[in-house]
Design a protein around this ligand. Structure first.
Ligand code: NAD
Length: 264
């Protein structure tokens, strides 16, 4: 006799599966962060964008296609512990819960190793790793309190091998993001909190266009098994899945999404 036990997902991928959830997306004003904010909002979540370049609330709501009371836009430098603390405190005071944290803020200067100054090295580590640490630290108490949480950190193919265009500091930082992700996954799984990383390859965002200008992005992608540059929404769909109930048994993973550029 056939059984559907273990086969049929307890929830379906319908458009409202994140209804009632509150999400923070760092770096949510542009590129894959913005695409992720859109994917979460479309599934019913209230989305707070934390970004250096925070758009106005009305503008963000209109971009995401949801009412203004379902979005928040906060100007935050994720490397600044006080700013991060204030932004989390204010959101938690207003919404009384936090379910999803997506750490997408990042920078990837393409500087050659011998030209990287100490300041630049520190800044790249600060945005990509320290910012992720600061935000996870503020998010975890609320998630543990609710016995449910989803953290998705942005690593990169650079976190598994070396960066295509970013510098040695970027490669180092994205390896660091994977270490933090794995450690937190182990520590907080029993509290109902999953912690995963996505490792995008070349995705068509302002960052990728800045480090690979003038057609270099397309040229770099031509040899991939899927011979094109990835779209931000394709990564956002993966993040939204990881943020859902359907991904409850995935934690500590570093999921590649790169058109087959890195097959391991
Ligand atoms: N584009 C790619 O090909 C690619 C590939 C692999 C990984 N990534 C990673 O994906 C993430 C998103 O990248 P993207 O390509 O969408 O970049 P992007 O530059 O298009 O967007 C990044 C966003 O982060 C914000 N940001 C930068 N520093 C910040 C800070 N200190 N505090 C708050 N916000 C800050 C920016 O204002 C911007 O809105 C990054 O972590 C990046 O390293 C990108």
């Amino acid at each position: 006799m056939t059984t559907t036990e273990g086969v049929r997902a307890p929830t379906s991928a319908d458009d409202r599966e994140l209804e009632g959830r509150v999400a923070i997306v760092t770096g949510g004003a542009g590129g894959m962060g913005l695409a992720t904010a859109h994917a979460l909002a479309r599934r019913g979540a209230t989305v707070a964008v934390f970004d250096l370049a925070a758009p106005g609330r009305t503008e963000l709501a209109s971009t995401l296609g949801v009412p203004a009371d379902r979005v928040r836009s906060v100007a935050v430098d994720v490397t600044d512990g006080d700013q991060v603390q204030r932004a989390f405190a204010s959101l938690l005071e207003e919404r009384s819960r936090l379910d999803i944290l997506v750490n997408a803020a990042g920078i990837a200067p393409p500087t050659a190793f011998e030209d990287i100054t100490e300041d630049e090295w520190s800044r790249v580590l600060a945005v990509n790793v320290h910012g992720t640490f600061l935000c996870c630290r503020r998010a975890l108490p609320a998630m543990r309190g609710g016995r449910w949480g989803r953290i998705v950190n942005f690593s990169s193919t650079a976190g598994k091998t070396i960066s295509t265009a970013g510098g040695a500091h970027y490669t180092t930082a994205k390896h660091g993001v994977l270490g933090l992700t794995r450690h937190l996954a182990k520590a907080y799984g029993p509290d109902g909190v999953t912690v995963n990383a996505v490792c995008p390859g070349l995705i068509d965002t302002p960052m990728a266009r800045a480090v690979l200008p003038g057609g270099a992005l397309e040229r770099a992608a031509r040899s991939f098994p899927v011979p094109r540059v990835g779209e931000p929404w394709e990564v956002a769909e993966l993040v939204a899945f990881l943020a859902s109930d359907r991904a409850a048994y995935i934690t500590g993973a570093a999921l590649d999404i790169n058109g087959g550029d890195l097959i391991v």
